[in-house]
Design a protein around this ligand. Structure first.
Ligand code: SAM
Length: 395
């Protein structure tokens, strides 16, 4: 899988907005930026338990977010949107879409959504409402929205509201076709609270009151083991409240990754990353050479990605595990999380696609051998990579 990235024009747009100058950064500017990216990265990972509430009020950290984290977060939403657009019910084919972005920051997901629809032949009118508790973020999101709309020429409006997510009852009334929470869920609730219950309760209110009956809620979280597992706990809590999972899961039961404390579920997609990200990485030792994230799409109406791929398909949920004489993957489907193995001696033309599978792919196995502890791809097993269509369109 490969995501194209937003291109050099986008990087220039950000530089022009942040430094009022589209020229490449001087060595001193770059070092200052790298140091702030390093600081923000620690706050969002190792020090996340003590993350100050309004950390993006700090101008240097906000600048670091805009130039380093925004470009990489921007395109993640393309994957859930693409998966929604594949459904035969044409879930996204409306003349206009009302979209609520909660914890919008500088409008990352809003720009990502505009980018996604601007590449389509039929483009809906996009009516965005952005909510964030930091007014400086909303100011950035308004400016970037205006600049980006000119670039992609799409009919879109944006209303911004300074509010905390907990005040959902005072948000502009829905129904919204899409509600986005991109990298905010892990910032809601203190470490000493019962975070899952609090997050489920807030989301239940948001979705019950504001999501259209045929709407979708897209949650994106960092791919850290803890934040990803926390999201899966929320997933299970919302299932108990009667909401349904559209994707990435091909099953609607409790998440099997939670059974083993070492497991979690995330995407890892190659992308064309901007020069500035490359330069910051070389100074900080950070690595943004692929997009790693966990995501979840929830609905009220029971539509699911398995309506497209069938009940017996699996999602690949690991890298390939190559050892002497075999290749293995973890896959997840209606029977939960299973290991699937192909011995090198069993490689045939029928199962050749097995070795090309990648994390996130959807795959079908005809004639797979169930050995109890694991599934085995034999000489006669037909391996069909079902989402090649997704890969092609992701490119
Ligand atoms: C990591 S940033 C993510 C920004 C953007 N959604 C993205 O994906 O790039 C988290 C954002 O959520 C906002 N935020 C955190 N907790 C919030 C809350 N309880 N209510 C509203 N906004 C909140 C922060 O101010 C920040 O802008």
């Amino acid at each position: 899988m490969f995501l194209k990235g937003s291109g050099t024009g986008f990087e220039e747009m950000l530089l022009k907005y942040v430094y009022k100058d589209p020229k490449p950064l001087t060595g001193t500017e770059l070092k200052a930026l790298a140091s702030n990216v390093g600081r923000l990265s620690s706050l969002l990972t190792r020090e996340r338990e003590t993350l100050p509430v309004a950390y993006l009020k700090n101008e240097a950290l906000r600048r670091a977010y805009l130039l380093y984290f925004l470009p990489s977060n921007l395109d993640k939403i393309h994957i859930p949107l693409h998966e929604l657009s594949l459904h035969p019910s044409k879930a996204l084919s409306k003349q206009s879409l009302r979209i609520l972005d909660i914890g919008s920051g500088p409008g990352t997901a809003i720009l990502g959504i505009m980018g996604f629809f601007s590449a389509k032949e039929k483009r809906p009118v996009l009516e965005f409402t952005a909510i964030d508790q930091v007014k400086e973020n909303l100011r950035d999101s308004e400016a970037l929205f205006g600049l980006f709309r000119e670039r992609v020429s799409i009919a879109a409006t944006l209303k911004t509201i300074k509010s905390s997510m907990e005040m959902a009852s005072s948000f502009p009334k829905g129904p919204y076709d899409i509600i986005v929470l991109s990298n905010i869920l892990n910032e809601v609730a203190h470490p000493d609270e019962d975070r899952t219950s609090k997050r489920v309760a807030i989301l239940k209110t948001v979705l019950s009151d504001l999501l259209a009956p045929d709407g979708s809620c897209i949650i994106i979280e960092p791919a850290l083991r803890q934040t990803s597992r926390d999201m899966l706990e929320v997933r299970d809590g919302l299932l108990d409240e009667g909401f349904c999972i559209y994707s990435p899961c091909l099953m609607g039961e409790k998440c099997p990754a939670l059974q083993n404390p070492k497991d979690w579920c995330h995407e890892d997609i190659a992308w064309e990353f901007p020069e500035i990200v490359r330069e910051v990485d070389s100074l900080t030792g950070l690595r943004k050479d692929s997009l790693k994230f966990s995501y979840l799409v929830l609905r009220k109406d029971g539509l699911s990605i398995k309506d497209i791929y069938g009940d017996s398909s699996f999602r690949v949920v690991s890298e390939s595990l190559v050892s002497k004489g075999k290749i293995e993957f973890y896959v997840c489907g209606k029977e939960g999380r299973r290991m699937v193995t192909r011995l090198d001696k069993d490689k045939t033309i029928k199962n050749k696609a097995f070795e090309d599978l990648m994390r996130g792919d959807i795959v079908g196995f005809e004639g797979v051998i169930d050995e109890g502890k694991r599934l085995r791809v034999g000489k006669e097993t037909n391996v069909v990579s079902l989402d090649e269509r997704i890969c092609c369109q992701r490119r």
